[in-house]
Every structure is written in structure tokens, then in C-alpha cells.
Design a protein around this ligand. Structure first.
Ligand SMILES: NC(=O)c1ccc[n+]([C@@H]2O[C@H](COP(=O)([O-])OP(=O)(O)OC[C@H]3O[C@@H](n4cnc5c(N)ncnc54)[C@H](O)[C@@H]3O)[C@@H](O)[C@H]2O)c1
Length: 255
């Protein structure tokens, strides 16, 4: 129960990696606000978790909207009086940004959409969360990066790789800036992970072929394997760690 009495915010918590983080946090005793743009899924998940006795709230919020990011932090503080841990998990290729493909063909609107979803969302979240954490004198932030931002492969979009690299640098910058003010900031960079987003785009055969080329373990990662790293990094067990990115990549970065 590493999160007993802790107040936690998870963005994009209704599916995939965010959902696994939400599950892990409630399992370990946290009070959790999770956000998503999917109102229906968010509300039914909230009802399910509350029926199970967990202190969970859902807030419909668009992570690409700075006002939503600020409103959600205010809602958390109204509900529980503080914000101990925030996980900025929303990201992905934006509308019109398909995986891979030549840079010279990429529509600037698709680049901007990917940066809004994967980079700006993290900045807007951190901006609001850090203001609250500074007022409290403590807090922990975890950001979902991607192995595409650490070591790009030509199968990922150039905009997505660049946007996720920016998440890693945002993480390091903020870690440095607030290291002596009680705030830790780290990131987790997942390799290819079997989430609804991936299942929607790749058949099981395509998934197999994809990971065979780049993930030495020869398999997709599970959302719970990504969540477990967040649970450790954002807990007191990692109290001496700030500014790092943990690669949960099935061996990709070993080669
Ligand atoms: N799945 C992978 O292989 C993989 C690998 C590396 C990094 N990631 C990163 O992990 C994170 C989660 O991805 P996932 O695979 O779990 O995706 P997912 O689609 O399963 O879940 C994403 C959730 O975010 C919500 N969402 C989308 N846009 C939003 C917005 N603007 N505001 C609020 N919520 C929004 C969706 O409704 C969904 O519930 C992303 O940052 C992604 O880039 C995923």
C-alpha cells in the first residue's frame, strides 16, 4: 500500500497504460482523479471503481487545453486538499499523422496535432500541477514518454518521435528547476505495448512482425509492466530519483 492517503492525478486514465496506472494506484490505496476525453468510458469506470470501495473521481478534460489542465488541478484540491502525484499520460500521434513515412510528405497540420497531443499536453499538465506542488512544498510528477523519443525507428512518425523527445527534455528541465523545492519529475519510456490504441491499428500478425524486429524479448509489453515502473518511480521508494527516464522496452535499448 505505497499510496495510502496519497492524492493522485492520472491523465488519459480510461484506457491502456493510463488505465493500468489507475488500477495500480487504487490497488495501493491512493485517492485518484483520472481524466479522459471519453466521457462515457470515464463515467462507467468511475462508477465501477467506486462500487468497489475506491475513492476515485473522473473528470472529463482535454489534455490539449491548458484551461482544462488548470481546472482539473483545482478540482483535485477542492476534493482532497492537495495533489501528491500527477501522471501526464496523454499522448500519441495526432490526427492525420500516420506511422512512419517520409518527413517531406508530412502535413504541417499533422505535425502540430501530434505536438499538441504528445508535447503541449504534458507542458499544460505540468504547469498547473507544479504551481500547486510549489504551494504545498512537495509533489511528484511522472510523464509518459516513448522509446520513439529515446531511439527513433523509421516505423514511428517523425513528429511523434520529436514530440516524445520533448517530453523527456521537459522532464529533465523541470527536475533540475524544482529539485531543491521538494518536487521530483521523472518519465517512463514504453516500448511497443499492447493497448487498445495498438490493437486498433495492428493485427496480431503485424504486432508479432513489428516486435520481432525491434524488441529482443520478441513480445509486446503489457500495460501493467509500464504502470509498475510509474508506481515505483512516483513512490517514496524512489525518493532520491529525479530527472530520469526509465526505458521499459523489452530489451530494445540494450542493442
Ligand atoms: N501503446 C504503446 O505501444 C505506447 C508506446 C510508447 C508510448 N505510449 C504512450 O502511452 C500513452 C498512452 O497510450 P495508450 O497506448 O495507452 O493509448 P490508449 O488509446 O489505449 O489510451 C489513451 C487514452 O487517452 C485518452 N485521450 C486521448 N486524447 C486525449 C486528450 N486530448 N485528453 C484527454 N484524454 C485523451 C483516450 O480517450 C484514451 O482513453 C501515450 O502517451 C502514448 O504515446 C504508448
Amino acid at each position: 500500500m505505497r499510496y495510502e492517503n496519497k492524492v493522485v492525478l492520472v491523465t488519459g486514465g480510461a484506457s491502456g497504460i493510463g488505465r493500468a496506472i489507475l488500477d495500480g494506484m487504487v490497488r495501493e490505496g491512493a485517492r485518484v482523479m483520472f481524466t479522459d476525453i471519453s466521457n462515457e468510458v470515464g463515467q462507467s469506470l468511475e462508477a465501477e471503481l467506486r462500487a468497489g470501495g475506491h475513492d476515485v473521481r473522473f473528470g472529463r478534460a482535454d489534455a490539449t487545453d491548458p484551461d482544462d489542465a488548470t481546472r482539473i488541478v483545482a478540482d483535485v484540491v477542492n476534493e482532497w486538499g492537495r495533489l501528491d502525484v500527477a501522471i501526464n499520460n496523454v499522448g500519441g500521434p495526432g490526427r492525420g499523422d500516420t506511422s512512419g513515412g517520409p518527413l517531406e510528405d508530412l502535413d504541417p497540420a499533422a505535425w502540430r496535432a501530434t505536438f499538441a497531443l504528445s508535447s503541449e499536453s504534458t507542458f499544460y499538465g505540468m504547469r498547473a500541477q507544479i504551481a500547486q506542488m510549489l504551494a504545498q512544498g512537495s509533489g511528484v510528477i511522472g510523464n509518459t514518454a516513448s522509446m520513439a523519443g529515446v531511439r527513433p525507428t523509421l516505423t514511428s512518425s517523425v513528429a511523434y518521435a520529436a514530440a516524445k523527445a520533448s517530453v523527456i527534455q521537459l522532464t529533465r528541465y523541470a527536475a533540475l528547476m524544482y529539485a531543491d523545492r521538494g518536487i521530483r519529475v521523472n518519465a517512463v519510456a514504453p516500448g511497443m505495448t499492447l493497448t487498445p490504441a495498438v490493437e486498433a491499428h495492428l493485427t496480431p500478425e503485424e504486432q508479432k512482425a513489428f516486435v520481432a524486429g525491434i524488441q529482443p524479448m520478441g513480445r509486446m509489453l503489457k500495460p501493467s509492466e509500464i504502470a509498475d515502473s510509474f508506481l515505483w518511480l512516483c513512490s517514496d521508494e524512489a525518493s532520491g530519483i529525479t530527472g530520469i527516464t526509465v526505458n521499459v522496452d523489452a530489451g530494445l535499448s540494450a542493442a
